[in-house]
Design a protein around this ligand. Structure first.
Ligand SMILES: NC(=O)c1ccc[n+]([C@@H]2O[C@H](COP(=O)([O-])OP(=O)(O)OC[C@H]3O[C@@H](n4cnc5c(N)ncnc54)[C@H](OP(=O)(O)O)[C@@H]3O)[C@@H](O)[C@H]2O)c1
Length: 401
C-alpha cells in the first residue's frame, strides 16, 4: 500500500514538473515569436523605437527566465543530513567553505586535492567543527586516481549523493605570454576532470537520485582578456554541465550549474601570473578583493548549498556577474567592445616575459600596495587554508613556543 502511495506521489511530482516545463517552454516560444515578428517590423521603424523595443522584449525575456528558473526548483528544500557529498578541490578556498557548509547541514563530506598536508589540515579543521570528514589525495587530471577516489568513497560509505566539481586552477597573462600547454593544463583540470568524474560517478548517483554540482564561472559566459585558458576551459565546463543537465532528465539525477562572479576565497595568491607578473597581479588581486565586485566565500557557499537543497538547475552569484550575463545575452557586441577596451588597459607583454606565483608577486611594491586595499581577500587567504603548510606549521610552532 505504502509503495503504491509512494509511486502515485512520484508520478504526481513528475507530472507537475512536466507541466511547469511545458508552461516555461510555451512562454519562451511566445516571447521569441513576438520578438522575431517585432524585429521584422522594426526594420521600418526608427532606431530609437527599435532600441526601446529591444529593451522591452529583453525585460520580458528576463522575467520569463527568472520565472522558469523559479519553476525548476523543488517545492521544499531536500534534507542534506546523512548525505554523502564528494567535493573536488575541497582542501582550500571555496571547496573547503562548501565542505563546512554541507557539514553544518549534517552531510558526510569527502574532500580531495593534490596536496596531502593541505588536505590533512582541512580534514582536521572540519572534524574539530563536528563535521564527519574524510580526505583523499586525488589529482582530477588522472583517470586512475579518479577511479580510486570513487572506490574509496564506496568502501567507506557505500553510496554517493552529491558530487561537487570545484577543483580549479588559474593563470593570468596576455595571449603572447601563454603557451599551448597552458590551455591543455586548464582543460585537464577544469573540463576533463569534471567530465571523467561525472561519467564514472553517474551510475552511483542514479541509484541515489543524486546531484552533480559544477562550479563554473562568469568566465564561462564572458571571455575576459588575460584569462583565455581559464575562460576556454570554463566555457567547455559550462557546456558539459548544461548538456549533462539535459541528458540526465528523467533519470533522477539533477545537475546544478553555478556561475560565480568574483569570490573572496584567497586564491589570488595561488594564481600563476605570466608576462609582467607584478602588474598582472596588481589588477587581478585588486578586482578580486573589492567588496562591491566580489562576494565573500561564506555567502557564496551558503547560497550554493541552498541551491543544491532546492534542486535548482542554475545559480549565478554576484549582481555584477548577473548583469554581465544579461547584457551579454542582449548585446554581445557591447560586451565584446568592453572587453577589447579592458584588453587595451591591461599590461602589455614585456620583451622578456616572466612567470611568478601570486605569493611571489605580492611581495613587490605594487603587490604590497594592493594588499593594503584588498584586505578582505587577504583575510580569506588566512581563513580558507590557502597559506602554504610549511608556513602555517611554522606560525603554529611560534605561537606555541
Ligand atoms: N575565486 C573566484 O573568484 C572564483 C570565481 C569564479 C569561479 N571560481 C571557481 O570556483 C572554484 C574554486 O575556486 P577557489 O577560488 O576556491 O580556488 P582555489 O582556492 O585555488 O582552490 C582550488 C582547489 O582545487 C584543488 N585542485 C587544483 N588542481 C587540482 C587537481 N588537478 N586535482 C585535484 N584538485 C585540484 C586545490 O588543491 P591542490 O592544489 O592541493 O590540488 C584546491 O583545493 C574553481 O573552479 C574556480 O575556477 C572561482
Amino acid at each position: 500500500m505504502a509503495r503504491i502511495h509512494h509511486r502515485t506521489r512520484g508520478r504526481g511530482k513528475r507530472a507537475k514538473r512536466a507541466l511547469k516545463t511545458s508552461v516555461a517552454l510555451t512562454g519562451a516560444r511566445w516571447a521569441w515569436n513576438r520578438r522575431r515578428r517585432g524585429a521584422e517590423r522594426s526594420k521600418q521603424v526608427s532606431a530609437v523605437r527599435r532600441g526601446a523595443r529591444l529593451l522591452t522584449w529583453g525585460a520580458a525575456g528576463a522575467v520569463l527566465g527568472v520565472g522558469a528558473a523559479m519553476m525548476s526548483e523543488h517545492g521544499h528544500p531536500r534534507r542534506l543530513r546523512g548525505k554523502v557529498v564528494l567535493i573536488t578541490g575541497g582542501s582550500r578556498g571555496l571547496g573547503l567553505q562548501l565542505a563546512r557548509e554541507f557539514g553544518a547541514q549534517g552531510a558526510l563530506v569527502v574532500v580531495c586535492g593534490r596536496g596531502r598536508e593541505s588536505l590533512d589540515h582541512a580534514v582536521s579543521e572540519l572534524t574539530e567543527r563536528g563535521v564527519d570528514a574524510h580526505g583523499v589525495v586525488c589529482d582530477v587530471t588522472d583517470p586512475e586516481q579518479i577511479a580510486a577516489l570513487l572506490e574509496e568513497v564506496d568502501d567507506r560509505y557505500g553510496r554517493l549523493d552529491v558530487l561537487v566539481n570545484s577543483a580549479g586552477i588559474m593563470r593570468v597573462g596576455p595571449w603572447e605570454a601563454l603557451t599551448e600547454e597552458h590551455f591543455v593544463q586548464a582543460m585537464d583540470v577544469i573540463f576533463w576532470g569534471p567530465l571523467r568524474l561525472s561519467r564514472q560517478a553517474l551510475g552511483r548517483l542514479r541509484e541515489r537520485q543524486g546531484t552533480i554540482v559544477n562550479i563554473t564561472s562568469i568566465g564561462a559566459y564572458l571571455s575576459v582578456p588575460h584569462l583565455t585558458p581559464y575562460s576556454c576551459a570554463k566555457h567547455a565546463q559550462a557546456g558539459l554541465s548544461e548538456g549533462l543537465a539535459a541528458e540526465t532528465a528523467g533519470t533522477g539525477v539533477s545537475v546544478t550549474t553555478v556561475a560565480p562572479g568574483l569570490m573572496r576565497t584567497g586564491s589570488h595568491r595561488g594564481v600563476v601570473f605570466n608576462g609582467a607578473p607584478e602588474r598582472e597581479y596588481a589588477w587581478f588581486a585588486l578586482l578580486a578583493g573589492l567588496p562591491l565586485l566580489s562576494v565573500n566565500a561564506e555567502r557564496a557557499a551558503h547560497r550554493i548549498v541552498g541551491a543544491v537543497a532546492r534542486g535548482r538547475s542554475f545559480l549565478v552569484l554576484t549582481p555584477v556577474a548577473r548583469a554581465g550575463m544579461a547584457v551579454h545575452g542582449l548585446a554581445p557586441g557591447l560586451i565584446q567592445e568592453s572587453m577589447r577596451l579592458m584588453g587595451r588597459l591591461l599590461p602589455n607583454t614585456p620583451e622578456s616575459p616572466e612567470e611568478r606565483s601570486g605569493s611571489e608577486a605580492a611581495r613587490g611594491p605594487l603587490g604590497r600596495a594592493v594588499g593594503v586595499v584588498a584586505t578582505l581577500n587577504e583575510r580569506a587567504y588566512e581563513q580558507l587554508n590557502q597559506v602554504p603548510h610549511t608556513r602555517q606549521s611554522r606560525r603554529a610552532a611560534r605561537s606555541e613556543g
